[in-house]
Design a protein around this ligand. Structure first.
Ligand code: ADP
Ligand code: ADP
Length: 239
């Protein structure tokens, strides 16, 4: 059963050198509960594809069908609701966040913004629960992310992404900035969470080794296009 289908997706940027076809007529689908790997060299359009998929960027053309509906046609209110279901985990979870926010503020922010807690006590309880889910010790609740190592920082980013109970998560180079020893921990965590919550993932990486390890199917991008789409990653997994 399909959760997401992308049809004839395009994203062009106006640049000094002219129109750049960052995403140039891309088609793929992702089934519920699976991981689609999106791999390709730097600059081939992976990140742009992920962002357009969530409408963090407006597509130039094309459809993004999520649970049967084209979200490209959605208005602001509809997008506000659908955004809860679709989250993103970045390579550096705090590049765009206020460095003066504590761990609990970062994880709790989506709950506060969407007003989905009944009281301060209720909010703290949910934040603690999320920290437990991603393996962060309770004593870290009031520290600041820059005081923590990369693995723990990424756990915070994952907890924040989980706060609104999404169905779908785009993982955009989630382990590329981490030490190899910590990469495995974060990959295992994401795999466990997928099973526990029935999550569907798009896993973006330039690292084919990592992509092969985590993906059920793999789309290879080159110059804005999907040039190869494997049915099953039979080399490394049994279907
Ligand atoms: P990848 O994630 O595969 O490294 P990106 O999706 O980040 O690739 O970028 C694809 C292409 O689009 C690159 O040539 C990049 O320079 C360009 N690009 C990305 N974002 C913008 C933007 N906001 N304005 C202009 N060009 C962009
Ligand atoms: P097992 O240990 O049973 O082989 P894995 O944890 O290796 O299972 O992976 C099972 C499935 O979980 C993969 O096919 C993939 O769908 C998903 N998965 C595992 N790790 C990740 C990850 N880090 N990111 C995305 N999907 C993952």
């Amino acid at each position: 059963e399909r959760l997401i289908e992308v049809r004839n997706l395009k994203k062009y940027f106006n640049t000094k050198k002219g129109l750049l076809h960052a995403v140039d007529d891309v088609n793929f689908f992702i089934n519920k509960g699976e991981t689609l790997g999106l791999v390709g060299e730097s600059g081939c359009g992976k990140s742009t594809t992920g962002r357009v998929l969530l409408r963090l960027l407006e597509p130039t053309a094309g459809e993004v069908i999520f649970e049967g509906k084209d979200i490209v046609q959605f208005d602001k209110n509809q997008m506000r609701d659908i955004r809860k279901e679709m989250q993103i985990v970045f390579q550096d979870p705090f590049a765009s966040l206020n460095p003066r926010m504590s761990v609990s503020e970062i994880i709790g922010e989506p709950l506060v913004v969407n007003k989905i807690y009944k009281s301060k006590v209720d909010l703290n309880k949910k934040v603690n629960e999320l920290m437990g889910t991603v393996g962060l010790a309770e004593r870290l609740v009031n520290v600041y992310p820059h005081e923590l190592d990369g693995g723990r920082r990424q756990r915070i980013g994952i907890a924040r992404a989980l706060a609104l109970n999404p169905k779908f998560i785009v993982q955009d180079e989630p382990v590329s900035a981490l030490d190899v020893s910590i990469q495995a921990q974060i990959l295992n965590l994401m795999g466990d969470l997928q099973k526990e919550f029935g999550l569907t993932y798009m896993f973006i990486s330039h690292d084919l080794g990592v992509v092969k390890h985590v993906s059920d199917r793999i789309a290879v991008m080159y110059l804005g296009q999907v040039v190869e789409l494997s049915e099953y990653n039979t080399m490394f997994k049994s279907p």
